[in-house]
Structures are given as structure tokens and as C-alpha cells.
Design a protein around this ligand. Sequence first.
Ligand code: ADP
Ligand code: MG
Length: 254
Amino acid sequence: MAIVAVFNQKGGVGKTTTALNLLAAFGQAKQRPLAIDLDAQCHLTHVFGVHPAHADESVYSFFVRQRPLDEVAQITKSGAILCPAHLELAKLDALLGKGVNVVTRLRHALHAPGAVPGPVVIDCCPLLNVLSLNAVFAADLLLVPVAADFLSLKGAEQVERALNALEPVFKRRLPRRYVLTRYDVRRRMSAAVVERMGAMLRADEICTTRIRENVKLAESPAVGLDIFRHAPGSRGAHDYAALYEELLGAGLLR
Ligand code: ADP
Ligand code: MG
């Protein structure tokens, strides 16, 4: 099953929103995805109403104490399976370094026979740290949200550079899709960002689906809900359903 890492070194571009709603879209399709929160800010974890009291109840113990992922995972109130984050994750770079054994730890755990029956969605932090490297090494697909503003474009450029630098290690092009978020057709800047993305990135790696600016998407985490539960008739629900269908249709979620 597909392992999708939602990644961008820039913060505030819609990673957590995209991870949450992609997880929900899998749920709508009657699949039971595994959510992995690799951001010490714990936003995804909190949206699911989970607040680990101790780092050992989070993915921290998977990385530091080699605790199996299924021991760390918990079933949330909404029925999702979540490996939660904890603030202590911020210390992992200092604790673990970036050796090959360390950055491939998640990959090995997720690829072990029978380890995860369903799809996996990883919410990354806005740094290329040991956790993000674990996500990049584990992923079948890197989904890179790019918000429709100029600093986000710079972020996308940085992502391309980082992935290009990693590719000699993989000896292949890492499968990736850039998705424009917070798109507003009325703003001239949105059109300018679309144009610059087209000039900077490979056309086949830019999603046709654009996630429009939508207040319901911004509201839903506050009430602990994904967009399909919070506002099923909203543009946000429409756009995330379309994104799921596009990735599925392209064979990227198998
Ligand atoms: P990241 O995880 O990359 O830091 P978030 O998903 O937390 O980004 O999004 C940053 C902020 O933008 C949040 O307040 C979120 O609710 C809001 N947001 C994300 N996508 C949209 C959207 N399409 N429309 C409106 N607000 C959005
Ligand atoms: Mg986030």
C-alpha cells in the first residue's frame, strides 16, 4: 500500500491540512490509513484529540528506543490509526545524527512483511531533519503542498534542490507531486505563482487539482474534524476529494 509523505521545508503551506484530509479521503474510500505525525509541533496529533503525556507514548520511542510502530500507534476517537508526535521529537537530530541506519529506520519498519496493511500518510515538519529524511526514504510518493504566495515558491525551489541532492543516493527520481494550496482565482498573485511553478517544475509533477482558499478548511482543525465531516459540501471537501482521485487515477496510491 502507498506510503505518502506530505513534505515541504516551508511552514504554513498546508502540509497538516493536506495530510489530515488525504487521510480522510482514504477513509471515505473505505480504507483504514495509518497517520504518522513527524512534526514536534504535534498539529496533526492534536487535531485527532491526542495529547501524549510522555515522549514514550509517541513516535519518539520508535526512533529512540526501537519500540515497534504498532505499540506506538493508537486508535483515535474518530477511528483513525495514529502514531502521535511529541515535543521531544525536536531533540532527535542531536540524539540520532543522520547515518544511513537512522534515516532508513521508518522505511524498514513500514516495509517489513505484514507491518502495515493499509495506506500510510506522514505529516512532516518544516525542516530537512532526521525525521523528514526518514519520511523521504520511506515514501512511495512525496506530496509537496505549495501555498499560492512567493515565499512558498521559494520553498518549492528549496524542496527541488534538496530532492535533487538526495537522488544520487536513491539512484532514481523520487516520485513527487506538487500541489498548489490556498489558491484564490481573484488574486493576481495566485496566477503569478501558477506561472512560476510551471516554469520551475516538471509539468507532470504538478497536480492539476488546486486546493482553493477556503475558510472551512481553516476552521476544521479547531473542531477536531477533517473537511468531509466538518463541511462536506464545501470547496475544501470538493478539492481534497479531487486531489485524492487525481493521485489514485495516476496510480500513485497503490
Ligand atoms: P503546515 O502544516 O504546512 O504548517 P497547515 O496545514 O497547518 O500548514 O496550514 C497553515 C494554516 O493555513 C492553518 O491555519 C490552516 O488552517 C490554513 N490553511 C491551510 N490550507 C488552507 C486553505 N486551502 N484555505 C484556507 N486556509 C488554509
Ligand atoms: Mg503542519
